[in-house]
Write a protein that binds this ligand. Structure first.
Ligand code: BT5
Length: 325
């Protein structure tokens, strides 16, 4: 067995045994290797950052409940054109995805990581990406004009919303342009976000790297708890772990067909549904754009994904910016 496979098998031995010790002897027997070898592999896994501890005479255990579904299926074939590259740890999944995009790799490649050490939001903001979330970037080469790419972000948000509804039964809402949010007793909270990066010319898109971050089983850092939450905490069931692979495969299936449709018909077929899922239709909004702050009433989205805002009895089409309140 290769080193990678041996380590994967060691990790999977903890599946279904949250916080329980697994002895070195049983791991050695299971894998047909020596106890010393098990120890060496576990030390390497710890150095990589896996949350495993050892205790003399007892063996090894995970220090936190963990969803093994991504690790388990990291080498499984996925439907359609998807090809997954799974890593435990990465700076940001956007980095290898963009490098691959520049080097000419075909669309459908997807980078997944258990955690990111320097996850990024828009405008170089930080994206907290601890263990337990779904952090991925995928490469697309849509046959569309560059001006249509922003509406692909909206389609992605919509498909994520559908996936979360299907798999977790939770009704997230969309906050233009790239946020998935939910209304809680403590106000609106962000559950996921999308970072779209691209390269192209006016008439042609060379590549799009779509970065999706979804808080699934992770706990939020204190500094974000007032504005963010995770799917598992919304379910409010002690000990529940949401298998991220179920979210992933459902999303990839839905997204694939939406993507084909989007390339043929543009954003128009998705537009009404996007607006139905929009978090605060026809309510006052404040938007920060590169031109300054605009206040008005959000009335809809146009065929290019711009937010339609009524401000001082005039209609404005906002192609960039974000809602600040
Ligand atoms: C986003 O940016 O919402 C885009 C997030 C995209 C993350 C994915 S993960 C996979 C891929 N690899 C990456 O490195 N990135 C992508 P933005 O709208 O700029 O929101 C950033 C703001 O959200 C921060 O300034 C925080 O206030 C907040 N934030 C940070 N981490 C968060 C988290 N885990 N959950 C909710 N909010 C968070």
């Amino acid at each position: 067995m290769s080193t990678v496979n041996t380590r994967k098998q060691i990790l999977l031995a903890f599946e279904g045994r949250p916080l329980c010790f697994v002895s070195g002897i049983s791991l050695a027997r299971q894998l047909g290797i020596t106890r010393t070898s098990v120890w060496k592999h576990v030390e390497a896994l710890k150095a990589e950052g896996w949350p495993v501890v050892s205790k003399r005479g007892e063996g090894y255990r995970f220090t936190q409940p963990f969803d093994f579904s991504l690790l388990r299926s990291s080498q499984f074939p996925l439907p359609y054109f998807w090809k997954v590259r799974y890593e435990f740890d990465t700076v940001s999944t956007q980095v290898p995805a963009k490098e691959a995009a520049e080097s000419g790799l075909s669309e459908g490649h997807l980078w997944l990581a258990e955690r990111q050490t320097a996850g990024r939001g828009r405008l170089d903001r930080t994206w907290e990406s601890p263990l337990g979330g779904l952090w991925m970037s995928f490469l697309l080469r849509p046959q569309i004009a560059a001006g249509r790419v922003p509406s692909l972000t909206l389609v992605t948000a919509l498909i994520l919303q559908e996936t979360v509804k299907e798999i977790c039964g939770l009704d997230l809402r969309l906050k233009w342009p790239n946020d998935l949010v939910i209304e809680t007793a403590a106000g609106w909270k962000k559950v996921g976000g999308i970072l779209t990066e691209m390269s192209g010319e006016t008439d042609r898109t060379r590549w799009v790297v779509m970065g999706v971050g979804m808080n699934v089983n992770n706990t939020m850092p204190k500094s974000l708890r007032h504005i963010a939450t995770s799917l598992v905490s919304l379910k409010d069931r002690v000990g529940l772990i949401i298998p991220r692979v179920a979210l992933l495969t459902d999303f990839l299936q839905r997204f694939h067909s939406a993507y084909l449709r989007f390339q043929k018909q543009g954003f128009e077929p998705f537009r009404p549904h996007y607006w139905q899922m929009y978090s605060r239709p026809d309510e006052p909004v404040s938007l920060r754009t590169s031109q300054g702050v605009l206040r008005g009433i959000a009335r809809g989205v146009d065929a290019y994904g711009a937010l339609v805002v009524e401000s001082h009895k005039q209609i404005q089409y906002l192609r960039e910016g974000e809602i600040v309140s």
